[in-house]
Ligand binder design. Structure first.
Ligand SMILES: *Cc1c(COP(=O)(O)O)cnc(C)c1O
Length: 402
């Protein structure tokens, strides 16, 4: 490769594509450098051949990139795993884990209240690839034991379910699968590693939509899978390289930047969510409120064990006025935004019955734990009084509409 001495003789056309590479010695940049490059060069054929067999050497960014690797190591450490894999989105991570572990004739046990995209992949695998799926409530270990078969390859759970806020009893459910030699994957998006580290409870893979709490600022899509052991990591990594849902380095850089304030955001979001949940529970227009830390939650005892530092930033509640009231409420908020996502610094609201779950009829909505007047709130970091004033005026509008 060219060094600085070679450049004196070069013409502008050549110099334009060979700018000097920054070399830093004697200090370390405090921010993680953004290595946007997709490809890396070598001094010799031997060095390149060696690199192919040397973990941690970078050749081509779909196989690995220094900025993306920094994110993978950061999330793996936070979750207490041996290694992490970063993806272009949460669905990229979910797809790699499901397709990496399952093949035709295989069987999955999954929680019935699942993220919609995950449910869609499982349905597709069932329909087109002959993978069988048994859905369980996620609250009863005996139900999981009954669902297991000799060909079961995976137990798939979510720490906090959407939008019911039901909390899966991870240690009890995972233990049943582990006894049968079945690995467990847990989508930990709603809890974040600040509230729950599923590997400590025996999970083999932890999945995140990094789009949500990890990145936190509504400016990037990303997904993560973190592994308890190196064998499973190697298996999914091989599949992930084939799948190609790799992370753009700038997306990894934005996620790393956002993650530095994760603990502050989560602390505030948990406190504000519980405060708002308590106020909502006392409002006449509200029929029911769900938050894992709110007294009366059906999984209160499990939440106390699994989420001792807070019940998360998502609340759901039922408007007494039903569907009409729900639609009016989400259209009436001013500080909060009507949006599909969650885990952002801004407060986001949505009405599942008219948007994300609109294809479900009344019975199916009921099974999913969603009422016609259910509203989901992903609490941001704004001042609690500004949020309450906003929710209150929207509640009044909704009550009049119903
Ligand atoms: C958003 C979300 C996903 C999908 O993540 P994307 O980054 O949108 O692909 C998966 N699981 C949960 C729980 C989510 O909230």
């Amino acid at each position: 490769m060219m060094d600085d001495n070679d450049t004196a003789a070069l013409r502008p056309e050549t110099l334009a594509v060979h700018p000097p590479q920054p070399r830093i010695s004697g200090s370390t940049p405090l921010g993680v450098p953004l290595h946007q490059g997709h490809v890396f060069a070598f001094d010799s054929a031997e060095a390149m051949a060696d690199a192919i067999h040397t973990p941690g050497t970078f050749l081509y960014s779909r196989l690995g990139n220094p900025t993306v690797r920094a994110l993978e190591e950061a999330v793996a450490r936070l979750e207490g795993g041996v290694a992490g894999l970063s993806f272009a989105s949460g669905m990229g991570a979910i797809n790699a884990v499901l397709l990496g572990l399952l093949s035709s004739g295989g069987h999955v046990v999954a929680q019935s209240c699942l993220y919609g995209g995950t449910y869609a992949v499982l349905s597709d695998l069932a329909e087109r690839w002959g993978v069988e799926v048994t859905y369980v409530s996620g609250t009863d270990p005996e139900e999981v034991r009954r669902a297991l078969r000799p060909e079961t390859r995976l137990l798939y759970l979510e720490t906090i379910a959407n939008p019911t806020t039901r909390v899966a009893d991870l240690p009890a459910l995972i233990a049943v699968a582990a006894e049968a030699g079945v690995p467990t994957a847990v989508d930990n998006t709603f809890a974040s590693p600040l509230l729950c580290r599923p590997i400590e409870f025996g999970a083999d893979v932890v999945i995140h939509s990094a789009t949500k709490y990890l990145a936190g600022h509504a400016d990037v899509l990303g997904g993560m899978a973190v592994f308890r052991d190196a064998e499973l990591y190697g298996r999914i990594r091989r599949y992930a390289i084939e799948q190609g849902a790799s992370t753009d380095p700038f997306a990894a850089w934005l996620t790393l930047r956002g993650m530095q304030t994760l603990s502050l955001r989560i602390e505030r979001q948990c406190a504000t969510a519980l405060d708002l949940a308590e106020r909502l529970a006392n409002h006449p227009a509200v029929a029911a409120v769900r938050h894992p830390a709110l007294p009366g939650h059906p999984d209160q005892a499990v939440a106390r064990r699994l989420l001792p530092n807070g019940g998360g930033g998502v609340i759901s509640f039922d408007l007494a006025g039903g569907r009409e009231a729900g639609g009016t409420f989400v259209g009436a908020v001013r500080v909060a935004s009507l949006s599909l996502s969650l885990g952002d610094v801004k407060t986001l609201v949505m009405h599942p019955a008219s948007t994300s779950h609109r294809q479900l009829d009344a019975a199916a909505l009921d099974t999913a734990g969603i009422g016609p007047g259910t509203v989901r709130v992903s609490v941001g970091i704004e001042h609690v009084e500004d949020l309450w004033a906003d929710l209150e005026q929207a509640l009044e509008r909704a009550a009049k509409a119903a």
